[in-house]
Write a protein that binds this ligand. Structure first.
Ligand code: SAM
Length: 209
């Protein structure tokens, strides 16, 4: 089953993850992405596929954060970065996430939609837990909407897929018919990564009426 192989994969990756993803350039891009959200006092945050908690240092210390991830090994590293903050970490499959009636003001999907088996399911599930007028932030590798990946990208994808990342996903196909309003979208890191800020279009439409 894919989830078991993901857990095994991240068991191997976890000890090295921060060495690769904690480099200066990448942290700068991550900071840029997280600076796109306005976190107000009292806002609750959900980090889907929180990994080793690399986002924590770019988020205000006062806010309650829930981080969930399939990999216990990644979560163990995130645990060490809590530093007494109001951060709850849960081992959970994003495709089946269940927070009952809880809603989050900000949901962060950093480097997760290119990794999970069913990204459309994860986006839809996340969206279900978004508070009215809440914000979704996405920072990931997507191809240009409705474009066909070129040969280099297709070849590169064979390599990245081996480590569990599909670089040829199209966010607009993932989002499909969800009532999501993209309020900002741009490329970063030499055009390899995309930053997307989105809201529930039903509430943004309400505001403009
Ligand atoms: C590339 S890492 C990104 C981690 C973190 N979001 C970041 O920005 O550094 C992908 C993470 O997604 C987690 N993951 C993969 N499939 C998942 C699933 N179905 N449910 C929850 N987490 C999952 C992995 O365990 C891993 O921690």
């Amino acid at each position: 089953m894919k989830n078991n192989s993901t857990i095994k994969k991240y068991k191997r990756i976890a000890p090295f993850y921060d060495k690769f993803m904690g480099n200066r350039l990448f942290r700068k891009a991550r900071q840029q992405a997280l600076s796109e959200i306005e976190v107000k006092p009292g806002h609750s945050l959900l980090l889907v596929g929180v990994g080793t908690g690399e986002d924590f240092s770019f988020l205000p210390k006062r806010n309650a954060i829930t981080g969930m991830d399939l990999s216990e090994d990644m979560l163990k590293i995130a645990e060490r970065k809590k530093n007494g903050r109001n951060i709850t970490l849960l081992q959970m499959n994003a495709e089946e996430m269940d927070f009952q009636n809880q809603k989050f003001d900000i949901i962060v999907l950093n480097l997760i939609l290119s990794v999970v088996e069913h990204p459309e399911k994860v986006l839809e599930k996340s969206f279900n837990y978004l508070a009215p007028e809440g914000t979704i932030l996405i920072f990931d590798k997507f191809i240009d909407s409705y474009s066909h990946p070129n040969l280099i990208r297709r070849l590169l994808n064979k390599v990245t897929s081996a480590i569990g990342t599909d670089i040829n996903r199209d966010f607009y196909k993932i989002k499909n018919a969800l009532p999501i309003d993209i309020t900002k979208e741009y490329k970063t890191l030499n055009g390899l990564y995309t930053i997307i800020v989105a809201r529930d279009s039903r509430t943004t439409n309400d505001i403009s009426v």
